[in-house]
Design a binder for this molecule. Structure first.
Ligand code: SAM
Length: 232
């Protein structure tokens, strides 16, 4: 599905979010750990927007972006090559559900609008945590359904009726944008998602809703080497 829409993905992202996704990515960047020399892994990196936004912080020394879709990666690789980070960032094919080759190697693991797509979320979160060094941080940006009783029905109307039409018109693939609204409505968010992160072994887990709760940043740390206990 992502191979099919790759050619319009960036344009649609900017259009359908009114450009606000760029601000959400900046909010994720502000949560990078304080220390410098960070090694970063961006999962489900797609066309690399999250990775390129995070690289703007000089504390990030090197970054690897992984994705299943060669079509999305082809656009991402071009963007990285044209960016100031061509020497320090790399994109490659890789599956969130199989990160054995990347165990215990990163200070930060990020995934934006990708965790919703993995087949087993808890297992995906465990894989993500396994890539982190002790004390490393996961930052997850994902759509969520707003809870405000006035805004929620308006937003759900947009998701169900307007978004698949515009997305279908521009990308030529209406089903991809139906898939988007169905997964946003059913995917665990807020405290439910935080509970999954704790089950996957993350500590200091928190959720920050953005823009009336239509997206949320989830943050969780891998326990430090001193043996911090996972949250209850
Ligand atoms: C909505 S796009 C998000 C792309 C990018 N992170 C962004 O913020 O624009 C979701 C991406 O997840 C990728 N994806 C889905 N399942 C995956 C998996 N198991 N492993 C790696 N990537 C996956 C898709 O190929 C697609 O590029």
């Amino acid at each position: 599905m992502f191979d099919r829409i790759a050619h319009r993905y960036d344009f649609l992202n900017r259009t359908l979010s009114g450009g606000i996704d760029t601000w959400w990515r900046k909010k994720v960047r502000e949560r990078l750990p304080e220390r410098s020399g960070l090694a970063l892994l961006d999962l489900a990196t797609g066309t690399g927007d999250m990775l390129l936004s995070l690289m703007k912080d000089p504390r990030v020394e090197r970054a690897l972006g992984l994705d299943l879709s060669e079509g999305m990666l082809a656009f991402g690789k071009e963007k990285v090559a044209r960016s100031p980070y061509a020497q320090s960032a790399r994109l490659d094919v890789g599956d969130v559900m199989d990160l054995k080759a990347h165990r215990d190697s990163y200070d930060v693991a990020t995934i934006s609008f990708g965790i919703r797509n993995v087949l087993d979320v808890k297992e995906g979160l465990e894989e993500i945590r396994s890539t982190l060094r002790p004390g490393g941080r996961a930052l997850i940006l994902e759509f969520s359904a707003p809870t405000n009783p006035v805004f929620r029905p308006l937003y759900l109307f947009y998701l169900r009726n307007i978004l698949p039409e515009i997305g279908g018109l521009i990308s030529g693939d209406k089903s991809a944008y139906r898939y988007l609204n169905e997964t946003i409505e059913t995917f665990p968010s807020g405290e439910d998602f935080c509970a999954l992160m704790r089950e996957a072994g993350f500590v200091d887990v928190n959720a920050t809703p953005l823009t009336f709760g239509i997206a949320t940043i989830y943050q969780g740390d891998n326990p430090s080497a001193q043996g911090a206990e996972p949250d209850a």
